[in-house]
Design a protein around this ligand. Structure first.
Ligand SMILES: C=CC1=C(C)c2cc3[nH]c(cc4nc(cc5[nH]c(cc1n2)c(C)c5CCC(=O)O)C(CCC(=O)O)=C4C)c(C)c3C=C
Ligand code: FE2
Ligand code: FE2
Length: 337
């Protein structure tokens, strides 16, 4: 029998400083997130990040936590339930970090007699810190604990026409009547991750390859995939190029990340005459710390402090009916093939 495993990033178990530390340790010790040799990574994580960051992050999580738990996990669970009601085959949810784990999700499916699993990493764009780490972890768990289970993966869907339509319609539904500018803010990655995953080794941050129409490197280029989504959604919404901007948020550490940075962009927009803005975050399919806290609270304050008047945060796809339908369609193709 065929089954489905949805995989999202994951959250700490609670907003306590200790649970946040445990979560950050697992997350940041992933070699596809901080891609340096193990000993150096361990030293940086344990000696420079974990002494202070868990306290700050715990406070941030406390600002957005729901009665039922982490927004990202709660939304992902609700999404799974909605899909479950529309398909005949078993479906389970897993998180790349913390609980429910990928092993836990595969166990649930195997216990129901599933022998073939479609793993769906819940990321529209490919990055070594998102899709790749989910794929590699799922393969590792399968090999170790479920040798008789067949697994395959839904590839990044940033260029799926129907997905673009679903995203555009959701944004349209939440756009305010009048605004000066729509900002597309994507989670950033270190620039070196773009070079590292480029099979052609030709993509350079300062040249235009990421904007070109066809290129082998696009399949593994997070930067291109973000530009693609922005451009296609802009076209679908019928917005002039002057009405949109794209930026990258949530950087960590001192090395250069993808530019322009969201916070720096927001500081400058009011002086450029953009005081009423709407902000959307299409790298996330579910609202989370990075959208509800970083964007909708911290970055909003920054924008207002710099002369902005209106900051309208547009929610992620979350449990949108058309998004559920899109996933159900992909699942049915797998089940019926
Ligand atoms: C959507 C795509 C994501 C990419 C790409 C990504 C890369 C990436 N992230 C970090 C460091 C942190 N990210 C944190 C939170 C976080 N990141 C994503 C998604 C992507 N990350 C999500 C959905 C979340 C929110 C989780 C939640 O519980 O709501 C955090 C933890 C919070 C904090 O302390 O700020 C860190 C740290 C790196 C280093 C990286 C690329 C290499
Ligand atoms: Fe992140
Ligand atoms: Fe590129």
């Amino acid at each position: 029998m065929k089954g489905i495993l949805l995989v999202n990033l994951g959250s700490p178990k609670s907003t306590s400083e200790e649970d946040v530390r445990v979560y950050l340790r697992e997350f940041l010790m992933d070699k596809r997130v901080i891609d340096i040799p193990w000993l150096l990574r361990k030293m940086i994580v344990e000696l420079t990040i974990l002494p202070k960051r868990p306290k700050e992050s715990a406070r941030a999580y406390q600002n957005i936590w729901w009665d039922e738990g982490s927004p990202l996990v709660v939304i992902s669970k609700n999404l799974t339930k909605k899909i479950e009601e529309k398909i005949k085959n078993p479906i389970a949810l897993a998180m790349r970090y913390q609980e429910p784990s990928i092993k836990n999700g595969l166990t649930k499916l195997a216990d129901k007699g599933v022998t073939e699993v479609l793993v769906i990493p819940l990321y529209p764009q490919y990055a070594m810190s998102t899709t790749e780490t989910v794929v590699e972890k799922a393969k590792e768990v399968q090999k170790k604990y479920f040798p008789n289970l067949n697994i395959s993966f839904l590839p990044p869907f940033y260029n799926d026409e129907k997905y673009i339509e679903v995203l555009s319609n959701s944004i349209k539904k939440h756009l305010p009547k009048s605004f000066d500018l729509l900002l597309f803010s994507y989670h950033g990655v270190p620039e070196r991750h773009i070079y590292k995953t480029d099979p052609t080794k030709q993509c350079r941050i300062d040249n235009i390859c990421c904007f070109e129409k066809e290129r082998t490197s696009h399949k593994y280029c997070y930067r291109h995939q973000c530009y693609y989504v922005t451009e296609k959604v802009r076209e679908k919404l019928g917005l002039d190029k002057t009405k949109i901007r794209q930026s990258f948020q949530s950087r960590l550490g001192r090395s250069p990340w993808l530019h322009p940075y969201t916070d720096k962009t927001l500081e400058k927009l009011p002086a450029e005459g953009f005081t009423h803005i709407a902000v959307v975050a299409p790298a996330f399919v579910a609202d989370c710390l990075e959208t509800l806290e970083e964007l909708a609270i911290t970055d909003k304050e920054l924008f207002i402090k710099n002369g902005g008047k209106e900051f309208h945060y547009i929610e992620c796809l979350n449990e949108d009916e058309n998004w559920v339908e899109w996933l159900v369609d992909k699942i049915n193709i797998f089940i019926n093939q």
